[in-house]
Design a binder for this molecule. Structure first.
Ligand SMILES: [Zn+2]
Ligand SMILES: [Zn+2]
Ligand SMILES: [Zn+2]
Length: 295
């Protein structure tokens, strides 16, 4: 069995065992305790899969046919809830199902990382929130992503709109400047997805980065000090636009973040339970429905 451990290998066994036992016991509620909290949120992984989701249509590999719920991954998105504010990062093709599954009756905003279809395709379903909240959905993204959204959902931005189209309030974010959504302060973190700029988000001690394969030093500085980092890792083999498992683990160590959850996983990553056993302490494959508390 290949071990994805480097410097931590010698000292890791005991605490790894502890972490997994702990995860097993708490199941849907992993509490992360620390003392320098800036913002208290409950974060719920709505989807942890790559663009095709897991299982992948028409695939009969051992991961796609696994009966373990942790091997069933909707497209990547996370729900972030503070006492006053609820937002999601990305609304992919599974957005409606994710909102129903987690009974999200109130949604204040959507933050977009980039305009790839697996991150924006579900935006039309904000219509339900338009109806019940009686206001447009606040959407935050860079100018480049907003431009693509206006093309992909052109009917929502037409001068003369068909009745019942989604109502969306666009907010342009600058990749350098922090902004507020309700009671949350959000720091954008620019990263690279091959040659495409993507935005990660830091909210207090929590940083979420998807669809990246390169991070510049200036952006790394903005991640440092986070207590919890979510990072994309597509599979074990190298990929042109996503971190591989080893690249993500190396970056996590370089950034010295104590708790790291990997997302945007392909069926090629392997079975959740097998790969999880190979990870160093403090590094986890996320799974759909995993909830973490950021005090
Ligand atoms: Zn993606
Ligand atoms: Zn498969
Ligand atoms: Zn992408």
């Amino acid at each position: 069995m290949q071990k994805y451990q480097k410097s931590r290998k010698k000292t890791g066994n005991k605490s790894r065992l502890f972490c997994h036992t702990w995860l097993h016991i708490t199941h849907y509620s992993l509490i992360i305790t620390h003392h320098l909290a800036l913002s208290s949120t409950t974060n719920n992984f709505l989807g942890t899969g790559t663009s095709s989701g897991v299982p992948m249509v028409a695939c009969h590999c051992e991961v796609c046919t696994s009966t373990n719920n942790k091997d069933k991954r909707l497209r990547s998105s996370i729900l972030v809830q503070s006492p006053a504010t609820t937002l999601v990062i990305d609304s992919g093709p599974d957005f409606r199902q994710q909102m129903l599954t987690h009974q999200v009756d109130k949604l204040d905003a959507i933050l977009f990382t980039h305009s790839h279809k697996d991150h924006i395709a579900g935006l039309d379903d904000v219509r339900a929130y338009n109806y019940f909240q009686q206001k447009p959905m606040d959407v935050y993204a860079t100018e480049a992503t907003l431009k693509r959204i206006k093309v992909e959902f052109d009917y929502a931005f037409a001068d003369i709109k068909y009745a019942g189209v989604p109502s969306i309030q666009l907010h342009s974010l600058n990749e350098e400047d922090a902004f507020s959504v309700g009671d949350m302060k959000v720091q954008p973190i620019p990263v690279w997805h091959m040659y495409m700029p993507v935005i990660g988000f830091r909210i207090g001690d929590f940083t979420y980065i998807t669809d990246a394969n390169r991070i510049e030093d200036s952006a790394k500085e903005k991640i440092k000090g986070s207590k919890v980092l979510v990072l994309n890792a597509l599979r074990k083999e190298k990929h042109i636009s996503h971190f591989s498992l080893q690249e993500a683990l190396d970056l996590a160590d370089e950034l010295e973040v104590p708790e790291v959850y990997l997302i945007h996983l392909s069926h090629q990553m392997g079975l959740h339970d097998i790969v999880s056993q190979q990870l160093p302490p403090g590094r986890f494959l996320a799974y759909d429905g995993l909830k973490i508390q950021i005090p």
